[in-house]
Structures are given as C-alpha cells and as structure tokens.
Design a protein around this ligand. Structure first.
Ligand code: ADP
Ligand code: MG
Length: 328
C-alpha cells in the first residue's frame, strides 16, 4: 500500500521537433507527494516544471513512465474514472489574466466548475461563490465585477477560488506568483499556505524562484534539464544544500543563502549549452564544484541518499564552499 497521494515513476516526456532530435523535457523523474503535503518544485525556466505538472494532472501523456493517483495508474483508468478524478485535480496558472475569461463576471468564472460538476445551483450556488470569494480575501460583491476591473493579485485570488470551488484534493500551482509584484506575492503565498492547511490540500507548488517555494513547501525538489537533482525537507534543502546547482539557486536569494555574505554564484551559459551530451552529468558544463572531474563528464550521477537528502552529484559528500575555491 502506497502512502503517497500522487506518484511519478520514471516519468519521461519527449517533444518532437521537425528535422531535429526530440527535446526530452522530462527525463525519468521519480517523485512522490504525500497526502496533505506541499511539494515545491524549483528550477530555471525550461527545465520541465510545467511539463511535470501537466503530466501529474493527466493534461498530457508521458512518453514513458507512469503517474499513480491514490495508487492507481492514470493511464489504466477508464474514461469515467478519469472524469471523476478530474474534479479532484485542479491547477492555478501563472497569469491570472489569461486564465480568466474576460467576458465572464468573477461570479460566473468561479461558478463554472460547480455547474459543470452539478455541485450547486440557484441560491445555494450564489452563497457558495460568495463564501469562496471571502475565503480567498475578496468581497462577495466582487462576483459582479469583470477581470479587467481587478488588480493582478485580486485576479490570482479569483483563480484560486475557481480551483477551490470543486473541493479538489490535489492542486498544482504553476508559478502562481511569478507575474505579481513582490508586495502582493507574499499575500498570495500566505493565502495558499492557509488554504493548504485548512483544507488539507496536497499541493505541487512550481516556481523558478526558491524564495517563493520556501514560503509554502514542506519539501522541495530541484530540477535541472528534465531531472530532479536534489530533493529534501524544505529547511534542510535551504540550510544544507548539497548539489552545486541548488547552491547557485540559493546564492541568488541573499536571505536564504547559507553562505551569506559570499559572492553570488553566477552560472554561465544557458542550461541547454551546459550539458556534455549523452552519458555525463547534465550540469557538468556549468558546474563550479572544485571536485568536479572526468567522471562527471562520463557518468550521469543517479539520485542517491546523502544525509537525509536525495541528490544527484558524484561529489555530494564534499562541501564545495569549504574547499576554498572561489565560484566562477
Ligand atoms: P518550465 O515550466 O520549467 O519552464 P516546460 O515544462 O514548459 O519548462 O518546458 C520544458 C522543455 O520542453 C522546454 O525546452 C520547452 O521548450 C519544451 N516544451 C514544453 N512544451 C512543449 C510543447 N508543447 N512542444 C514542444 N516543446 C515543448
Ligand atoms: Mg513553466
């Protein structure tokens, strides 16, 4: 019996391209999210975060590997089962403006799921919508307004109310605060944390920014070019990062950086240009770890346990910061 609500096993997704080899957006990802847990997923733009989110919600199909929900393989579910599961999965997108239909009032947008799944109608529906708007920090009277009348933060609150309306058990938030001002960001993150606790939601929280992920996630997985390179309990990952890529991400967030005061680790080149082709560690071309060697270029490191952390680095036992070699 599995204790995870959602589980990915060897999840791989390739996208075909004309006259070029396919892009492997996701490369054999294993991941498990426990009931009531928020897993943070962080990594540079293009590393496969949204692809993973879509596959977990069965909005897309994997090239290889599988997704299990409550122990059931989603690929093996019949259409009726999948339909009933759909209601229990919801997604909150980055850009609340394009996620909302501009011609629908806020009330109509929030009602949509309730009507589709026949969960409420008439006066009961209006009461439920008012309650949802209040729960996300809006005025029930906002139900009569249109998206363009709201601020970015208010629109994201609507996006969250819409997702919550059908009482999901699993919520994917794909960069929900990336488009918002810093001041609004903290409020939305606090709201998500509160809702997660109150409803016992299981969440995948995606962001390219570790500071945002840190505020909501119980556990954090770091992705690099379609693979998870480090995964640990949130505090541990932030205080004792083991992968040189995680270190670099942390050094961009001065408040979190365990090596505070040292110079920022700036990774050169883009991720796609950093790889060394088949076989080696995908991060080798950009790696600044003083112990990096020939093995990194020959042999891809597997995810393994080092001091309560899962990490994919041959040299995870050696702390790169204390070996005295300056970052590039
Ligand atoms: P992230 O969310 O981390 O920014 P994505 O999952 O959106 O990354 O994309 C991962 C990789 O897959 C990128 O190289 C992207 O260009 C590619 N990709 C994503 N979706 C598609 C698609 N529908 N068709 C072709 N390539 C895609
Ligand atoms: Mg994305």
């Amino acid at each position: 019996m599995s204790t995870s609500l959602v589980e990915a096993v060897g999840l791989t997704r390739e996208y075909r391209r004309p006259r070029r080899p396919p892009i492997r957006a996701l490369d054999g990802v294993d991941l498990a999210i426990r009931p009531g847990e928020t897993l943070g997923l962080v990594g540079e733009s293009g590393c496969g975060k949204s692809t993973l989110g879509r596959l977990l919600l069965r909005l897309d199909r994997p090239t290889a590997g599988s997704v299990r929900f409550e122990g059931r393989d989603l690929a093996a579910c019949d259409a009726a089962t999948l339909r009933s599961l759909r209601r229990r999965f919801q997604i909150v997108f980055q850009d609340p403006y394009t996620a909302l239909n501009p011609r629908l009032t806020i009330g109509a947008s929030v009602s949509e799921g309730l009507e589709v799944h026949r969960l409420a109608a008439g006066a009961k529906l209006r009461r439920r919508v008012g309650g949802l708007l209040e729960e996300v920090g809006l005025d029930p009277a906002d139900a009569d307004r249109y998206p363009h009348e709201l601020s970015g933060g208010q629109r994201q609150r609507v996006g969250i109310a819409r997702a919550l309306a059908v009482e999901p058990v699993f919520l994917v938030c794909d960069e929900p605060v990336s488009a918002l001002d810093v001041s609004v960001r903290a409020q939305i993150l606090a709201l998500l944390r509160r809702l997660q606790e109150r409803h016992g939601l299981t969440m995948l929280f995606i962001a390219h920014d570790l500071a945002a992920v840190r505020q909501v996630a119980h556990r954090i997985a770091v992705m690099y070019l379609g693979r998870v390179v480090e995964e640990a309990e949130a505090d541990r990952l932030v205080r004792h990062p083991l992968h040189p890529y995680t270190r670099a991400l942390l050094s961009a967030v001065p408040d979190l950086d365990p090596a505070r005061g040292r110079s920022r680790i700036v990774l050169e080149g883009d991720p796609a240009g950093g790889g060394v082709g088949a076989g080696g560690c995908a991060f080798a071309g950009r790696c600044w770890h003083p112990a990096r060697d020939d093995r990194c270029r020959r042999e891809a490191p597997m995810l393994r346990t080092v001091a309560d952390t899962l990490v994919a680095c041959h040299h995870a036992e050696r702390d790169p910061m204390t070996t005295g070699v300056p970052a590039p």
